[in-house]
Design a binder for this molecule. Sequence first.
Ligand code: RP5
Length: 164
Amino acid sequence: MKKVGIVMGSDSDLPVIRKATDTLDAFSIPYEVHIYSAHRTPEQAKEFASSAAENGFGAIIAAAGMAAHLAGAIAANTVLPVIGIPCKSTTLDGIDALLSTVQMPSGIPVATVAINGGVNAALLCAQILAVEDDGLRQKLIDKRNKDAAAVLAKDADVMNKLKD
Ligand code: RP5
């Protein structure tokens, strides 16, 4: 199976990345994690992106906060699918990163998930890899069914809870 590349702009983004790695672990998807910044280490970010396909990656997650240019900078240097996670920092509640990540010009797409959306970023990578992997596809279907069953169990119980 191809690996998922995970890049974050700073180690302060680690809590968001942990949600992604936990999700990838649940599907036994291999990954590699790096701290590269579009602004502080632009050469390393570029080198990672431009060599990612030949290094066995099938999709890349790029997470950054504030003026979040990392996902766009990675996407500019590869045709692998890039999933951007806007990270919430101490000011502006992550809206700054959301707009910086999502508003890509035509020609260089970044699939942007919700602010701090580490789980969905990993699930999107799993879905991309599952196009060529029936076993992984089945695992994704099983998870959807399990999640739905959990909601239905809550539905069955909600009237009882209100009566307590
Ligand atoms: C971004 O700036 C990082 O992705 C992080 O979300 C934010 C703050 O970085 P630190 O100052 O905590 O290193 O580049």
